[in-house]
Design a binder for this molecule. Structure first.
Ligand SMILES: [Zn+2]
Length: 291
């Protein structure tokens, strides 16, 4: 069964922006400008994306539609088939590499075997890719698309200067973001991307998960990685390679951030896994520092 899609907003958010929410799964974002409409991400299935297009009244709009894939994680682009032939789909150039990787089809097979709603999903590629920054000039609003790797290599965030609003997608996340791998390079990239977003000094920062629009989440995410690095620094060399470090007192997820009590157990488990990866990457960085 596809999960319901609803439109929502945040206090103080400009009414040209709508949050397209699949509860406890992902948020896409819709932006109306004078010249065109922009949909940032297509949700986890074509059916959910079609529900979103209906709610947004896309058929009735006389303006062209532009779609952005923030990155090639299933919950953000598996709805692309609902867009194919209707609108250009923009993404960072490295998104194509991720799609060509056998892991893309493997994830689809795995998820389709667990949940029938994914059985109709086909992987549809973006149609316009770029490597540097890109600007969509809507007349009244400009959407600046900029590369924010670290969560994934192809990740894009969007800055809408006129509204001091950043669509941070998965580069910022409440309670924590997840680094792409346990390599120190990916950890450095994610921290740099968080730094870039922090430097915008946005009034509103909208991640794709966590139901928040507070810019303080960016600083909290940075502080989480700083604290991780400090605690790992104080470990003895023998402790660094302990595979169960993420269960040791002082190194568990709840020792770094407060996990919302409203979070379903499945999501708590998900963030514990994110934390395990983040801790692994921090340990790797520390091992390299000691060499
Ligand atoms: Zn996501």
């Amino acid at each position: 069964m596809n999960r319901p899609v609803e439109l929502c907003s945040y206090p103080g958010l400009d009414d040209r922006i709508s949050i397209v929410r699949v509860e406890n799964e992902v948020d896409a974002v819709f932006v109306r400008t004078r010249r065109f409409n922009v949909l940032v991400d297509t949700l986890g299935t074509p059916e959910q994306c079609r529900m979103a297009l209906d709610l947004l009244g896309i058929e009735a709009s006389s303006l062209p539609l532009i779609v952005v894939n923030s990155h090639m994680d299933w919950d953000h682009f598996w709805g692309n088939a609902a867009i194919a032939g209707r609108a250009p789909i923009l993404a960072h150039a490295s998104a194509l590499e991720r799609l060509r990787d056998p892991a893309a089809q493997r994830t689809l097979r795995e998820k389709a075997s667990q949940d029938p709603r994914f059985r109709d999903v086909e992987l549809v590629s973006p149609t316009v890719t770029f490597a540097g920054p890109a600007v969509l000039d809507g007349g009244d609003l400009t959407l600046e698309l900029f590369h924010t790797p670290g969560h994934t290599p192809d990740h894009l965030a969007i800055w809408i200067r006129e509204l001091r609003t950043c669509l941070a997608v998965d580069a910022v996340e409440h309670p924590i973001p997840e680094v792409w791998s346990r390599s120190s390079k990916d950890l450095r990239l994610l921290r740099e991307s968080l730094g870039k977003i922090c430097g915008l000094d946005a009034d509103i920062v909208i991640p794709a998960h966590g139901n928040t629009s507070s810019p303080s989440t960016v600083r909290e995410n940075l502080a989480y990685f700083d604290t991780l690095a400090e605690r790992v620094e104080s470990l003895a060399p023998g402790q660094l390679t302990d595979p169960d470090l993420c269960h040791a007192k002082g190194y568990r997820l709840q020792d770094f951030v407060s996990v919302p009590t409203s979070l379903p157990a499945e999501l708590v488990g998900f963030y514990e896994e994110c934390h395990r990866t983040n801790l692994g990457a921090t340990v790797q960085a520390q091992i390299e520092k000691q060499k």
